[in-house]
Design a protein around this ligand. Sequence first.
Ligand SMILES: [Zn+2]
Length: 436
Amino acid sequence: MVLDRSNLLASLNEDVFDHILEGLRVRDLSSLSSTCTWLREACMPFVFNYVHICVREPIQIEHAPFFLPASAKPYVRSLALLDECWDQQCGGRPRPKYLYTDDFLLCGAYPGAALAERLQELPRCRSVKMHKNNDLKHGLSWDTLLSVLSVPHLRKFELRFQCFCPALRPGEELSVDSLAPLTAFRYKMEYPRDIWFFPSEVAALEAVLGKLCDTLEELVLPSEPAPMSTLATLSWPRLREFVVRGSPSTWGALPAPLVLLFSAMRGLRAISFKINPLDNALPPAVWPRGFVHSFPWPELERLMVSYPDPSDELWDHLPPTLRALSLRCWPHVSSQRRFAFLGRMHPPRFGLVPTSSDLLSILRHCEALSLDHLEIEYRVDDEDEALLRYVVTTFPHLTSLAVLRYRRNPPIPEECGPCIRRHSLRLLDSVVSNCT
Ligand SMILES: [Zn+2]
């Protein structure tokens, strides 16, 4: 008797069978799908659920068979396009003629109309990520961006390490008729880096966000080109998570404090201010002392503020809904050391890292909160033990606590980190023991 294993699998509850397939690695799915026609069809949605394509030349976009096999297209739900165009091989240095573009700022590997056609051929695709893996000033043209953002079935768009319309071509205008009803728009640039942005980048973001604000639930922006004044004038009825990353380089002339600029985002559940200071300039207070305003985010659950300012009035107004608070450096000091070792940034400026006293001062304004998660990063001073004791006694419901603690000057080298962690744990343990 021959055992028909495919029929045995077919007798499984459909949800159970799908759950098994979901747990398999892609190479295992590929092996399984090679066994018979029935299993191949069953595996296809899982094999091609996420597709990553390296784009080196425009013909990969223009010629449909070079983009994806036709048999895979019905199953793609999430697509990532990595820009590795040959024009980047010269590192952006002037050369007599680029292969696919006349302006190195604008990638020539993504002809807009052809890219829109390819995405239209993926009827279940909801998420597109476009990225590159270097810090070259090289990005996507308005034509390319508009083609992607106009695909009606798209819901999530991410652009990583590529500039958002760094230049306009002659005669090009930033006009937008309609865009896909995106729920997530994530634009992330590499950090640390030299601080720069392009005027057309700001204008293009203004044009796009003005159309997307009604549907967005998640918004991630770099601080430098973020059109702050425009963000303040739009309504954001569905926005739940907002992240701003970068430096305060362009915030010297902010039209209003951050608490006012983002006050139209009333439904926010999560806010992250991931700001890395420049030279000796700390990020501005979210709510400057003396500024009269009402708290704009009554349902806030998660808050991250980098290089927090003890004089910030934000700490006096946090709502009882808040469950997770992160007061840290961005990037973490340990990451800054690593970047400095690689020559990608200056060594961390320890003088700007908040002290135990700073964080104790801030947390004393938060004693009414019932936090589940707390993250603190600071330099040790005379209030170190008081801070740790305060954390343990004031927030007894914590389910996670991250403490990144740096010994007073001279800063300890990275290899001594575990000693610090052991010391902190002993101290916390003794504090907990004394409290119970
Ligand atoms: Zn390119």
